[in-house]
Write a protein that binds this ligand. Sequence first.
Ligand SMILES: Nc1ncnc2c1ncn2[C@@H]1O[C@H](COP(=O)(O)OP(=O)(O)OP(=O)(O)O)[C@@H](O)[C@H]1O
Ligand SMILES: [Mg+2]
Length: 356
Amino acid sequence: MTAAKTLEIRNLAKTFAMAGGRRVAAVRDFSLRIEAGEFVTLLGPSGCGKTTVLRTLAGLEEADTGEVLLDGRPIHALPAHRRRVGMVFQNYALFPHLSVFENVAYSLRIRRTANEAVGKAVAAALAAVGLDEMGARLPGQLSGGQQQRVALARALVMEPDLLLFDEPLSNLDAKLRVQVRGELKRLQKRLGTTALYVTHDQDEAMSLSDRIAVINAGRLEQVATPEEIYARPATLFVAGFVGQVNALPARVLERRGDTLAVTVLGQTVEVPARDGLAGAVLAIVRPESLRLGPPRAGAHTGAVEEVEYRGDRVEYRVRLADAAVVAVEPAQGRRFAAGEPVHVELNAAAVHLLPA
Ligand SMILES: Nc1ncnc2c1ncn2[C@@H]1O[C@H](COP(=O)(O)OP(=O)(O)OP(=O)(O)O)[C@@H](O)[C@H]1O
Ligand SMILES: [Mg+2]
């Protein structure tokens, strides 16, 4: 096994020519550093440039500008087969007429690797994904989850410096997706290979990643740990992309040392001070940071508009005088019915402010 490598992407940009000579920018001034052995997820909506970033890193697409370095060595001018980059695709892209063994061996055969070395490398790659016994089968004789593991073995077989994943689990059913993503994460940590994983599923990104890079319209909006992205999103786009959010109009009253006094939902709360926030701001509040209770005199009270039962929790839509909010409560707790008056209390510690 080779030592893990640091990936550095500097100012990558890629446009595509459209019919009529117009060009669309798929990736704009994209810079990202991934530490050796780190698992980073590129998260964003359809068409935002995720696949284009991966294809450029793998050498399947040529960037207009920008540099790609592995442990400080530029690889962006190298042809794909000399980059030591393994890529796993959404549709597996297995050869249906070749055995599992030969599918995994393919890139080594192209490199004219000696038979004995091929045998060893393929056996190791198949063992790594738990398919030691399946080498003789055809892809069509495997389940979807097993086929995806063959695709992973094929990416692992030449001991890549960098593993790229393009929505590898989206063809699997929900239960299998959760199982395979757990296996994938454990395998990546065991091998220690630096990884960049593309998805538009925030759940997948949260559960897999050391850090998440949120991309919107070809541009990075935030790169941070899952906790940071969820609790302290840099933009409203990020806030809304990684979960349900109440974006509430709020007002900064004054600075008190290293906190700000802010009015939101009729309450005055103190939140950690940050520069550039004054006057009208947006308070980002997750549904679980609102607590519902019986109405109280003089407190912020509204009416339950909608109730959605979710098994482990219940989601409420509550109409207040100046806003509609979404709140989530554990299903075992006190329940409220549609039309019932409720008191809404804000967990001040969980309020995150953005410029209005
Ligand atoms: N070969 C191409 N020719 C022209 N435009 C392209 C080409 N490939 C991608 N694009 C455009 O570049 C943009 C980014 O595409 P890309 O495939 O990278 O998005 P994505 O984030 O992977 O989306 P999805 O989640 O749907 O897979 C889109 O607007 C797309 O239409
Ligand atoms: Mg894509």
